[in-house]
Ligand binder design. Structure first.
Ligand SMILES: [Zn+2]
Ligand SMILES: [Zn+2]
Length: 266
């Protein structure tokens, strides 16, 4: 892909988009997230003795769901929209644009900037989890499974940016246990993630443990999703991230989309 004319944005301008008011929202989200997670954990531990296998299975399912969510949100933010969009531009799209231009920027972010946004999106799900009734006769197991799998999913979604940040730090900067977890592929491994950072940044989006990257790439899942968006909305994938010329060159072909083809929309 070296012949592609990738056109990225200015790293300093992207970094300057992190506002004080959004940081305050992030701090509130982190406090709300940990409070709600403590309630979910307390409710699950009450039923531990009778349902320990179900709780462990649900916790594991949540770990896999989180990898999918991380990939899907990452794909959406990398592929569509721009950092200038209202609300979502600064909060969601900007950090992803910055990350493709300056991989190391996130390693300089503190705990709040690293994890705040993921806590923000997880808080509504965490709130819903705490409201799942666990006392209805005959439904305790399914309700508990739903609460723990969703609770686990948002916990691992929240941890995702931390795992992602670790994958961009030097090995000497990491504790031995983190390096072991990366090598064992329990959390996002360094080499595995570098496949995503190869231009044009259009594969291996999952960044929790990366387990779903290979199957989703083999299935052509994200190219299929791009074809659906292109055919219905006429948008050009990655236009804002790598520039129009490169984006058009690698955009998936949409069958029978004359009037809505990416070229006619350019
Ligand atoms: Zn990316
Ligand atoms: Zn990365």
């Amino acid at each position: 892909m070296s012949q592609l004319q990738i056109q990225q944005q200015d790293a300093r301008a992207l970094a300057a988009g992190y506002s004080k008011s959004f940081r305050r929202v992030e701090i509130g989200s982190i406090i709300a997230f940990w409070t709600l997670s403590a309630i979910i954990t307390w409710k699950a531990l009450h039923l531990w003795s009778s349902y320990k296998w179900l709780i462990m299975a649900a916790f594991f399912v949540g770990f896999i769901l989180a990898d999918f969510v991380s990939g899907f949100v990452h794909w959406m933010a990398d592929t569509w929209g721009s950092a200038d969009m209202p609300v979502l531009g600064k909060t969601l799209v900007r950090p992803f644009r910055e990350h493709h231009v300056d991989q190391k920027a996130m390693t300089r972010h503190d705990y709040i900037e690293t994890n705040g946004a993921n806590c923000l999106v997880s808080v509504p799900v965490a709130a819903m989890c705490t409201l799942i009734p666990l006392g209805i006769e005959g439904w305790v197991g399914p309700a508990l499974f739903l609460m723990v799998s969703m609770g686990s999913m948002i916990f691992w979604v929240m941890m995702t940016n931390q795992f992602h940040k670790w994958s961009h730090l030097e090995p000497s900067e990491l504790p031995a246990i983190v390096r072991w977890a990366q090598r064992s592929h329990l959390i996002l491994p360094v080499d595995h993630h570098q496949r995503h950072h190869t231009a044009p940044f259009d594969t291996y989006y999952c960044i929790t443990n990366g387990w779903l990257n290979y199957p989703l790439a083999r299935l052509g899942f994200f190219r299929f999703a791009e074809r659906v968006v292109m055919a219905t909305l006429g948008l050009i994938p990655r236009k804002d991230d790598i520039g129009l010329v490169a984006a058009l060159k690698i955009a998936p072909v949409v069958a029978g989309a004359d009037s809505k083809s990416p070229v006619s929309q350019a």
